[in-house]
Design a binder for this molecule. Structure first.
Ligand code: FAD
Length: 456
């Protein structure tokens, strides 16, 4: 492998994870990472806000799957990770904040006695005391989350809890989301002969309820990408937008405004629509599949209130807003209560999300209008009338890919086509296994293994 050249395009967490794997496992390779932007990290960015390192997008990652935690361990960051202080979230239903039932799996309550008044109608509660067998036979193959959850526990649980949670976090519609990608544990449980609820309850028995679900870094998620980028040294080239891909007998040609790089293998760790454009002249069918992945645009606001203007419950992490509530806000994180490193004492720090695949209103507002609209939604939900003492809006256009049923098969078809007609060219990113940081790292690791195998 010595001297074989691999180019990774994109230095978001996916590209950085791929590059890290290649550098660690095969230091003899000639590795180059080309990044269009002026900094590494892509959709992960931490910047100062009211004197604190506040993430402008992702602020934590799931620790019940291994990839992010393993990477942090390798980088020597695992001991620095922190768990949230407050973990109880609420949902805005019928004009009131109501605590999410606990335990729940992606919003599905496992114990009907834990469901507070006003969340679900009596018939839904009665159904939750059963085993959750579907009232129609579930078709084979991948289904939408709605197709799985509605027949097992009813429409009210789906619309008021599951869609509020999954749809809110992913800025999508759970009725349109691939259950195989977004909630594989629900698909597997719903197909169990004992029923969805019975299967989820027995899986829950092995889970330590006090174990954190998420971890963060006190310096922000930017610390993870900066650590990875520093390890790459001058193998990472910023301000290097890749504008075209080609092939000669010498290998892959990767074109930028500054010249052409020749490579034995290439990882495209860019958003699906960018990969589609680059792939179009090489493999039209794969490019077409990628171009069809819809992406939601979201905005994330950080608001700091004077403590004299707002108090939030110290044991609460925030709340979700279902799509039919008529608000612009989709979620509010009480960041200062949730994370000790974001507790300033004199300020109450909130992180507010807005935007869904079918709600682009925020994209049509300028910063001031969006700030005012979000402040109005906070007045409605948590009763704060004073304006925030400081506010920051971060825009993330076309940032959250949406996964429709059959997504995994379409991705496998892309891999198959590329292996056949474009060996050595691999696509990776948030559009593969899910948008979460661990899923992106997993995709980067898989891409690294594929290109390393190609040049071996
Ligand atoms: C508001 C928001 C909040 C989120 N919160 C969380 C969270 O709390 N936890 C969590 O786990 N996940 C969260 N996510 C999801 C997660 O952060 C992203 O899915 C992930 O960071 C995407 O990483 P990526 O490397 O696949 O893509 P990107 O980060 O988009 O990286 C792609 C990189 O490619 C570069 N690029 C693009 N085109 C070219 C080109 N032609 N040539 C060279 N370079 C190019 C881009 O500049 C970019 O740096 C959130 C996402 C958003 C938007």
């Amino acid at each position: 492998m010595a001297g074989r050249r691999i180019v990774v395009v994109g230095s978001g967490i996916t590209g950085l994870a791929a590059a890290h794997r290649l550098l660690s496992d095969h230091p003899e390779l000639d590795l180059l990472v080309l990044e269009a932007g002026t900094a590494p990290g892509g959709r992960i960015r931490t910047s100062p806000f009211v004197g604190l390192p506040v993430d402008e997008a992702a602020d934590a990652f799931l620790v019940r799957v291994p990839w992010a935690l393993d990477l942090c361990s390798e980088l020597g960051l695992a001991d620095e990770l922190v768990a949230p202080h407050a973990r109880t979230a609420s949902v805005w239903l019928d004009g009131a904040l109501r605590p999410l039932p606990s335990p729940n799996v992606l919003g599905i309550p496992l114990d009907p006695t834990s469901v507070y008044d006003g969340i679900l109608p009596p018939e839904a509660l009665e159904r939750l005391s059963g085993d959750g067998r579907p009232d129609i036979a579930l078709p084979d193959g991948d289904l939408s989350v709605g197709q799985v959850v509605r027949p097992c526990v009813g429409d009210a649980v789906f619309e008021r809890l599951v869609d509020a949670l999954l749809g809110g976090v992913n800025a999508g519609r759970a009725d349109d989301m691939s259950c195989g990608v977004m909630a594989p544990q629900l698909l597997a449980a719903a197909r169990r002969p004992e029923g969805l609820l019975a299967a989820l309850r027995s899986a829950q028995e092995g889970v330590d309820p006090s174990a954190p679900v998420f971890n963060a870094h006190p310096s922000g998620m930017g610390h993870l990408v900066n650590t990875l980028a520093e390890n790459l040294g001058d193998r990472l080239r910023l301000r290097s937008t890749v504008t075209g891909l080609g092939r000669t007998d010498a290998g892959w040609l990767v074109g930028t405004a500054k010249g052409v790089e020749v490579a034995d293998a290439v990882v495209l760790a860019v958003p699906a629509f960018v990969a589609a454009d680059l792939l179009a002249p090489i493999e039209a069918e794969a490019a077409d599949h990628l171009a069809q992945v819809p992406h939601a645009s979201v905005s994330l606001a950080a608001f700091a209130y004077r403590r004299s203007d707002l108090e939030v419950p110290g044991d609460q992490s925030g709340f979700l807003v279902p799509r039919d509530a008529g608000l612009l806000l989709t979620a509010c994180s009480y960041a200062g209560s949730k994370w000790a490193h974001l507790d300033t004492g004199d300020r109450v720090l909130l992180r507010l999300s807005t935007g869904r695949i079918d709600d682009p209103r925020h994209t049509e507002m300028d910063g001031d209008a969006l700030e005012r609209a979000l402040a109005r939604d906070l007045a409605t939900t948590i009763g704060v009338e004073a304006p925030p003492a400081a506010a920051r809006i971060s825009r993330w256009p076309r940032s959250l890919p949406q996964f429709s049923p059959g997504h995994a098969d379409r991705m496998a078809a892309i891999d198959g086509r590329l292996a056949e007609v474009a060996p050595g060219l691999v696509v990776a990113g948030a559009f593969r296994h899910g948008v979460g940081i661990p899923a992106c790292i997993r995709s980067g690791i898989e891409a690294a293994a594929a290109v390393a195998g190609h040049v071996a």
